[in-house]
Design a binder for this molecule. Structure first.
Ligand SMILES: Cc1ncc(COP(=O)(O)O)c(C=O)c1O
Length: 401
């Protein structure tokens, strides 16, 4: 893959010549074309959608709806099944807002210790009130989810499975197709947190057969403030409306509200118009670049990082066999926040701490969390060399060498 060419599409590299960006799992860099398209909307239009009876309003509505079609095509969904939200967190909360539709007393909600707080907390938060029991798939000795272990917890009381596709700490790809098939056999719905997988690999919602899927625009090189909830039509129709307000009603009188059809009933108020249009550009770019090329490139760099880190004394790598471009590690006995200052000095941007996956860091027995390097399409060998140089320096500084 030609990284030099890819970098030309990210203004970040013009402005930050001395930075080595390895924090794409937190937020990916933003594509110029996504920003330009969004700026175009703000410069040349800026008008509202689905409301105005004039040419520019029609045109802008069309752009927004075309963005929905781009997202739908990207994950093999129908445009009606795509709801724009402000991010994965809001999408996941939108589904959990209807938790009572899916699970009640004596029911079970299966999840994992790998979850990001955004997928698991909306369900834990309501467990006591609604009376269902959260159940965790036991992780294997690599902290992976396996189909075998899923079978151990699945039973006729399982009503919901809420699970990540790719762990934001360990980078493992979970066996979602198999899990979904088994979950459907007992009549449970599957909610997939795809925040980390959508930027990394091709997703086909029909092939996976999942009921709901959530992701964020900013992790796929698009703008912040935009995300997506996909839901099968029949499942979306079961959800309670999340917010009420403008444009989500077909009719409202003093004593009656008739909601619009999906997806509009879940998009109350003025949506993030420019952001949706920007996201569509980012998706088109990713699609054109091709996951076959990008995943190979990322995997090569991931292996280089793991090998290099394992050669440095006093380092624990938690996921040496990770699948996606995420490497979690620690300098033994050093708090990751303390270690991170050394990386910062060398211009290496990585994340330290719990990565919003508090339960997992407990499971990993890493009370302060971990250092996490996340690799993306614009990274190269030099980024990994700098990561290793900084790790050696930190290891020497803290006396671990
Ligand atoms: C796996 C996973 N799920 C959900 C989220 C939440 O995404 P956002 O903060 O964009 O809503 C993240 C963000 O880090 C994530 O990594």
């Amino acid at each position: 893959m030609n990284v030099t060419k890819v970098r030309k599409h990210f203004a970040f590299y013009k402005h930050n010549k001395n930075l080595y960006y390895l924090d794409s799992a937190a937020s990916a860099l933003k594509l110029d074309i996504a920003i330009d398209k969004m700026t175009d909307y703000y410069h040349k239009s800026g008008v509202n959608i689905h409301r105005g009876n004039y040419e520019l309003a029609f045109f802008t509505t069309e752009e927004y709806e075309k963005a929905r079609e781009v997202v739908a095509k990207f994950i093999n969904a129908d445009a009606k099944e795509i709801i724009f939200t402000k991010g994965a967190t809001q999408a996941l909360n939108l589904v959990a807002n209807s938790a009572s539709v899916f699970a009640g007393s004596n029911d079970e909600v299966i999840t994992t210790e790998q979850e990001h707080n955004s997928s698991i907390l909306p369900w834990l938060h309501q467990a006591d009130t609604l009376g269902y029991k959260p159940v965790y798939i036991p992780l294997n000795n690599e902290y992976r989810v396996t189909v075998e272990n899923f079978k151990k917890v699945l039973n006729k009381n399982t009503k919901v499975v809420v699970i990540n596709h790719v762990s934001n700490v360990l980078g493992y790809i979970n066996p979602i197709k198999e899990i979904t098939k088994l979950a459907h056999e007992v009549g449970a719905v599957v909610i997939l947190d795809a925040a980390q997988s959508v930027p990394y690999m091709k997703i086909d919602v029909k092939d996976l057969d999942i009921d709901f899927l959530a992701f964020s625009g900013h992790k796929i090189f698009g703008p912040t403030g935009i995300g997506v909830l996909y839901g099968k039509k029949e499942q979306l129709l079961k959800l309670n409306v999340y917010e009420v307000g403008g444009e989500m009603v077909a009719k409202a009188t003093k004593d009656q509200i008739i909601f619009q059809d999906i997806p509009y009933r879940f998009e109350a108020g003025t949506p993030p118009i420019g952001e949706a249009i920007g996201l569509a550009e980012a998706i088109k770019y990713v699609d054109k670049l091709g996951f076959d090329k990008t995943t190979k490139h990322i995997e090569k760099l991931r292996q280089m990082a793991v090998k290099g880190l394992q050669e440095i004394k006093g380092i624990t790598v938690y996921n040496p066999n990770g699948d996606a471009g995420i490497v979690s590690f620690n300098l033994n006995g050093v708090h990751p926040h303390d270690a991170s200052s050394v990386y910062d000095e060398l211009g290496v941007c990585l994340r330290s701490g719990h990565h919003c996956a508090s339960i997992l860091t407990e499971t990993l027995d890493a009370p302060g969390g971990t250092l996490r390097a996340s690799i993306s399409i614009y990274n190269d060998e030099k980024d990994i060399e700098k990561l290793l140089e900084a790790t050696k320096k930190a290891s020497e500084f803290f006396g671990r060498y």
